[in-house]
Unconditional design. Structure first.
Length: 343
């Protein structure tokens, strides 16, 4: 189904806000905006009172082309995550939510956008369900979500290390670790553009990351995870969006992972939903500035990613980094697909 027809199919169920429609489409933001413009030019949709509507001409087109209303078959209980974090011990859930509520705010300069605490708990359940984290050594390549804290509260881990560029989060995590008397857990300031410290090479069973989705950014995040793994039989988790990663990027990333010695065992669509920094018109956020009509920022959760799990079937090797030449700071965070990044 084309992007335009997918939008029409969703709108056949009724008007939707710009953000709700974007969250449902699973297409690149750049293509989403282009499709909206095409549908407006064709007279098939219109906009008013912050909602996008099908016009009568649009409804006639759908009928003529056999486009039917979108039917959502996702499980309403788990929303496609396949787990139920309500099964976790509730006293520990309460403790985690209390810790999370005090975490530092996200900064756009680091392209930060943390998942909700419920998502961090859902991630933890998923890791536990897969049997990857029990009695294992785990490294986080970035963790503004505080998923590491959730994992520490609920799993029988051997060691946890968190690396993050943001000193505020490192200080916060280390303070929590000390206050809660969590053993074998350390957090350090680190920039993935630097080589991984020798002490962390080939030392972990699992890596977790939420990488930047430029080609250099994704490559460096994943490579640091690969370098940290002990070898064959280890695994990694990361998020990847449809919104700012084109199908061409998905193909490249998956190809590189397979060539590096991994199989992709799991991809759970729309697993992660993110709280983003406030998007302000005129500040470089293309998702707002290039919209075909005036759109206000929203507090709704709309930005989402798929959860990947990869598993090393041979001794993994890093992805080629020789092509990476970051002439400017923004090249790491921003490319032509970056519609929710303002660097």
């Amino acid at each position: 189904m084309t992007a335009e027809n997918k939008i029409l199919s969703l709108l056949l169920n009724g008007p939707l806000s710009y953000w709700d429609l974007l969250a449902c489409t699973n297409i690149l933001i750049r293509d989403f905006i282009l499709s909206l413009n095409n549908l407006i030019d064709s007279g098939y949709i219109c906009y008013g009172n912050e909602f996008i509507f099908l016009t009568e001409r649009g409804k006639e087109y759908c009928k003529r082309e056999g486009i039917e209303p979108f039917r959502n078959y996702r499980c309403k209980r788990c929303e496609g995550q396949t787990i139920d974090f309500a099964l976790l011990p509730q006293e520990k859930v309460k403790k985690y939510l209390e810790i999370y509520s005090n975490h530092p705010s996200n900064l756009s300069e680091y392209d930060q956008g943390c998942v909700t605490p419920e998502i961090s708990l859902a991630r933890t359940c998923y890791f536990l369900n897969k049997g990857d984290v029990q009695n294992s050594s785990i490294i986080f390549i970035g963790d503004d979500d505080l998923t590491s804290i959730a994992l520490a509260l609920f799993s029988n881990f051997k060691r946890i290390v968190v690396l993050d560029i943001d000193k505020r989060f490192i200080e916060f995590i280390n303070k929590v670790v000390k206050t809660e008397s969590i053993k074998n857990f350390e957090a350090f300031c680190y920039d993935v553009r630097d080589q991984l410290p020798v002490d962390f090479l080939k030392s972990f069973d699992v890596f977790l990351a939420d990488p930047v989705e430029t080609i250099p950014g994704f490559t460096l995040f994943i490579n640091r995870g690969i370098q940290a793994l002990k070898g064959k039989g280890c695994c990694g988790y990361f998020g990847l969006t449809y919104m700012e990663a084109s199908h061409k990027k998905w193909h490249l990333f998956e190809k590189n992972l397979i060539e590096s010695g991994f199989i992709i065992t799991d991809i759970l669509e729309k697993f992660n939903f993110y709280n983003l920094p406030s998007l302000i018109e005129g500040r470089g956020y293309k998702v707002l500035d290039l919209a075909p009509f005036k759109v206000n920022s929203t507090d709704k959760l709309w930005y989402n990613s798929s959860l990947f799990r990869i598993y090393s079937v041979v001794e993994p090797k890093i992805i080629d980094e020789s092509f990476i030449n970051l002439d400017a700071e923004s090249d790491f965070y921003l490319d032509e697909d970056g519609y929710v990044v303002s660097i």
